[in-house]
Design a binder for this molecule. Structure first.
Ligand code: FEO
Ligand code: CA
Ligand code: CA
Length: 641
């Protein structure tokens, strides 16, 4: 399967372009290419200056952070957050307790500032307060064999978990809002905060956008198709400048069972939808909750796989599902907004050979009035990306009635288009990509980056996916029209480049990364997943997998412009069995919050036979617990130097 010749071509093309970018005399050459705009480099590029960590293997018991920084555990699975919530008791878990405690498998983190004495949301937001705020954390999925005693592995736990245990699982996923404050240099969770909230698998959500009230949204419990009960598998997300949180429902197919033959007889479109998401017969929640049996409730599945929006500043607010943003395996949803201009939301569909999307609102963003943007994500245009060989790309419009998106192909209205966004994107000719995860835009240059986690399914290269197979992933750069600092994110065209191809420094053809000079063995990474920019425009990259090089997952940082562009440096290393997720900076860049997801999750490990008890390594009664850590600089100052 390896393609050494093709690989050499990639390396030569990539490195020669890098070399060109380093030489000032190259500007004229580059200006003649479709990617000529890459020659534009800001006067001062932000470069990580910390001393990088060494390489750590996947069985390293604990976490590590670069010298001069400290990493403190802020909150762990089961810690009480709502008023009156009980302390965590691993041996006596109940759904009621879990619904008031911090959820399992923390993922995306969003930070919203709180200013003491502020009387409006606008005042809180404008304060950019970096020592007191709301931390909004996704809780992606449950792992019953690591949560409860008595199950040797995941399959047994799914088959045999009790009805009460399934209810605990349902209460452990979704999203948690906590209030946090930094006192004497240390971050603490504010106990009994009036802002604290949990959203989980039975929380009512208001359906918004084109699928609200759609025939394919109606169920026995919701005959109007306007109220959806629950959110789960919330992976990455985004913070909006109007003070809300977006969160992507990702692998929702894993919760439903479906006999396609049974369904085909009565619900052809729902069968197609199940096939598109690859629903299998391996779920467990249907044993406790009939909604998860598609044969009994064929429309319920259509109500998941969306971006949700919650307003953490208003504890009484009803959370919403924004169906205008399309339905697929949503990884995240990141917003680019400029006063007086429509809002753009970038989104990845995290499955091999699926697409990247963006949504552009119909209305312009109103910076001075957060409330004016409350439902701005309900009307606008959804797009999927097509990449061309020549380094350009086009955003394809997913609009009912245009091109093939008509009744002839099963799209009777825009509701059908957003429910089956994947099928619509494919019909339009969107490019098959390599598991697009986070998509983030640099606040300084306006360049946009897509983490492709990689995959082995690809048999041929396509534009912007230059390796086939591509087990270690890469990062794609999107350049919308305009110069750095003034890019038009509402445009329907873009240029693209590859920031780097992930992999080992000295691996074989398939496993070798393609980086600029200066990347060390520890600085090489595989399977880039979550991305975040710090306030100075440095890119931070979290990994999910570590396969091949058998490295612990962790966090790396690099500049994206200047001579150090794409020189990745190792900053944080995860404890055994865990994945790095959720990197999030405070507005001033002096604190970095990280989620350590599924510590101790390894083949053969279970609650009864753990391979890790992180973070309470010395307490033999505690299972490993997914946790959020707060990273600060010793003596203060910005993270990463
Ligand atoms: Fe939940 Fe795409 O990782
Ligand atoms: Ca992820
Ligand atoms: Ca991700």
């Amino acid at each position: 399967m390896t393609q050494p010749d093709r690989f050499s071509d990639i390396a030569v093309r990539f490195l020669s372009r890098r070399a060109l970018l380093k030489g000032g005399a190259a500007a004229a050459v580059l200006a003649a290419t479709p990617l000529g705009r890459l020659a534009v480099t800001p006067a001062r590029a932000a470069v990580p200056s910390f001393e990088e960590l060494p390489f750590y293997p996947q069985d390293e018991p604990t976490h590590h952070v670069a010298a001069g920084h400290r990493a403190d555990i802020l909150i762990s699975w089961g810690d009480p957050i709502l008023q009156g919530a009980p302390a965590f008791d691993a041996a006596a878990q109940t759904a009621a307790a879990q619904a008031a405690q911090f959820g399992f498998n923390c993922d995306f983190i969003g930070y919203l500032p709180l200013k003491d004495g502020a009387t409006s949301k606008a005042e809180h937001l404008a304060s950019a307060e970096s020592g007191h705020g709301l931390l909004c954390v996704n809780n992606e999925y449950s792992l019953p064999h690591l949560m409860f005693a008595g199950f040797p592995d995941s399959d047994t736990a799914k088959a045999k978990a009790s009805i009460e245990q399934i209810a605990v699982e349902q209460a452990s996923v979704g999203h948690s809002v906590i209030e946090v404050r930094r006192e004497n240099g240390e971050w603490q969770v504010v106990p009994d905060s009036p802002y604290a909230r949990r959203f989980h698998a039975t929380t009512p959500f208001a359906a918004h956008g084109p699928a609200r009230g759609h025939a394919r949204f109606k169920t026995e419990a919701d005959p109007d198709g306007t109220t959806i009960f629950g959110t789960f598998h919330n992976c990455a997300g985004g913070v909006t400048p109007w003070g809300t949180i977006l969160s992507g429902e990702e692998n929702v197919q894993g919760y439903f069972i479906c006999d396609r033959e049974v369904l085909k007889a009565t619900h052809a479109r729902e069968t197609l939808s199940a096939e598109s998401f690859d629903v299998k017969q391996t779920a467990s929640w249907h044993r406790a909750d009939k909604r998860f049996d598609m044969n009994a409730a064929p429309h319920e599945f259509n109500r998941f796989g969306w971006v949700i929006e919650v307003d953490p500043y208003d504890p009484a607010s009803v959370p919403k599902k924004r169906t205008a943003l399309g339905r697929f395996r949503h990884e995240g949803a990141t917003v680019v907004a400029k006063d007086g201009v429509p809002v753009t939301v970038y989104m990845g569909d995290d499955q091999a050979l699926e697409h990247i999307y963006k949504f552009v609102s119909a209305r312009p963003y109103v910076a001075a009035d957060p409330a004016a943007n409350a439902d701005i994500l309900d009307e606008g245009t959804l797009y999927a990306a097509r990449f061309n060989e020549d380094g350009t790309g086009v955003w394809l419009r997913l609009v009912h009635g245009e091109g093939p998106l008509t009744s002839e192909n099963g799209f009777d209205d825009q509701g059908d288009v957003v429910i089956d966004a994947r099928r619509a994107a494919r019909l339009l000719g969107a490019t098959e990509t390599d598991r697009p995860e986070d998509i983030e835009t640099d606040p300084v240059t306006g360049r946009t980056y897509v983490a492709m986690t990689g995959g082995t399914e690809r048999t041929a290269t396509v534009p912007a996916a230059p390796r086939a197979p591509n087990p270690y992933g890469h990062i794609v750069e999107l350049l919308h029209p305009g110069e750095d600092g003034a890019r038009d994110h509402t445009a329907e065209t873009f240029a693209w480049d590859i920031l780097f191809l992930a992999g080992e420094i000295d691996g074989d053809a398939e496993g070798k990364g393609v980086y600029p000079a200066g990347v060390t063995k520890a600085g090489a990474l595989v399977q880039p997943d979550n991305l975040v920019f710090d306030p100075t425009g440095r890119l931070w990259i979290a990994t999910d997998g570590g396969k091949g090089i058998k490295a612990a997952d962790g966090l790396w940082a690099c500049a994206i412009t200047g001579p150090e562009r794409a020189v990745t440096r190792h900053f944080f290393s995860c404890p055994r069995g865990s994945e790095m997720t959720g990197p999030c900076f405070t507005p001033d860049g002096t604190t970095l919050f990280l989620s350590i997801q599924h510590p101790g999750h390894e083949k053969g490990a279970s609650f009864d036979f753990p391979v890790s008890r992180w973070p309470a390594a010395a307490d033999s009664t505690m299972p490993p617990r997914p946790s959020v850590v707060a990273i600060t600089r010793e003596g203060g100052g910005p993270i990463g130097g």
